[in-house]
Design a protein around this ligand. Structure first.
Ligand SMILES: Nc1ncnc2c1ncn2[C@@H]1O[C@H](COP(=O)(O)OP(=O)(O)OP(=O)(O)O)[C@@H](O)[C@H]1O
Length: 359
């Protein structure tokens, strides 16, 4: 038996609107393994939310097959009628799939503890046991002393922690995070992402992380799928996708990260002394610390392009040190193309970054 916990096969979700068919999800197949933090990244409208709502059948597909933990929840081919798991089984299954959202979705008129207890109302446990469980969950998310507060008395980051505690109440196998950090500031974003990583490691929970931010995926995911127009345009391990992105959208998403903004900021104060068509801003990614230094010299000798480092660092992606370097490359367009091809040959990922962002 495979390790996969979510198998979506040839999923289509089509909406009819004003005589038009919107293919929100278009023939998507995805396999998530037990213990993965699987990032699904793409711009607004790409179909990410619709796709993940298929996992617990909050959204029924137009066609395709949905298997969760080796149990088929839904199956329909173009020709056949839909086969759906019975309603009671589906309810039980759904409790094993926790969800968190951008806007927390807490019950405002209930206390933090009551919000979590509410999720346990069908658990068959006595009230005392439910209260104790809620308290333990609050401690797990670092809010052990805030049970009596109301959601409005907490910060956004704290509210999202409560939402995570609530999502964990029924010991889920899977946690779906749909843009859970999009409404948070950078500090809270990092804290929530790190909490998701911790529950993944400590509880063995599989996490599906929907986001438009590559930085979020990079911080905690081990695999990523890039979505556009209802389709997955690129997928792979985090290291492969970050070091060797294939399609323009992935390169662009990597390019819109906070680090790219920092590179642009530095360039604004240290402008390149060359006409605009003679240089470009590049994001290089590589594994293995020693590859980059000789290459920049070689590029100058072989192709007469000059590479200047703006800044760089070494990240750890899934335990593998991955070097990131933001550079300017100056030379003729042809020379630059040859130099970039040479970098690809050396297994160095190259993504062109917008020099300026439209305001
Ligand atoms: N119930 C619906 N009826 C009609 N169209 C829908 C419905 N739900 C989603 N869509 C459309 O399907 C497409 C994908 O939407 P979806 O919300 O899945 O994208 P997304 O990538 O999650 O973006 P966002 O982060 O903005 O929600 C969009 O064009 C959206 O307008």
């Amino acid at each position: 038996m495979s390790d996969s916990i979510i198998d979506l096969e040839k999923i289509n979700v089509h909406f009819e609107q004003e005589g038009q068919t919107i293919k929100a999800v278009n023939d998507v197949t995805i396999h998530v393994d037990q213990g993965d933090i699987y990032g699904v990244v793409g711009y607004s409208g790409a179909g990410k939310s619709t796709l993940v709502r298929v996992i617990n059948l909050l959204q029924k597909p137009t066609s395709g097959k949905v298997v969760v933990n080796h149990e088929t929840l839904f199956e329909k081919t173009d020709q056949s009628a839909a086969k759906i798991i019975d309603a009671k089984k589906l309810r039980i299954k759904r409790r094993k799939i926790g969800m968190i959202f951008q806007h927390f979705n807490l019950l405002e008129e209930r206390t933090v503890s009551q919000n979590i207890e509410f999720a346990l109302r069908h658990s068959g446990q006595k009230e005392k046991a439910i209260q104790q469980r809620a308290q333990r969950l609050l401690e797990l998310v670092g809010l052990g002393d805030r049970g009596k507060a109301f959601p409005a008395q907490l910060s956004g980051g704290q509210q999202q922690r409560v939402a995570i505690a609530r999502a964990l109440a029924n010991d889920p196998e899977i946690l779906i995070s749909d843009e859970a950090t999009s409404a948070l500031d950078p500090k809270n974003t990092i804290q929530i992402l790190d909490l998701l990583k911790r529950v993944n490691q400590e509880l063995g929970l599989t996490v599906v992380l929907i986001t438009h931010e590559m930085d979020a995926v990079k911080r905690i995911a081990n695999k990523v799928a890039v979505m556009s127009d209802g389709q997955i345009v690129e997928r792979g391990s985090i290291v492969d996708v970050f070091t060797n992105p294939q399609v323009p959208l992935t390169k662009e998403l990597i390019g819109t990260s906070g680090e790219s903004a920092k590179a642009r900021k530095i360039l604004a104060t240290h402008p390149v002394q060359a006409s605009d068509d003679q240089w470009e801003l590049l994001h290089l990614t590589y594994t293995g610390p020693s590859v980059i230094e000789p290459v920049t010299t070689e590029l100058y000798q072989k192709f007469n392009v000059e590479v200047s480092i703006i800044f760089g660092n070494v990240d750890e992606l899934q335990g593998i040190p991955v070097g990131t370097l933001f550079v300017t490359m100056t030379g003729t367009q042809q020379a630059r193309q040859q130099a970039i091809a040479y970098l690809h040959d050396k297994k160095i990922g190259v993504a062109a970054i917008e020099k300026e962002v439209a305001h």
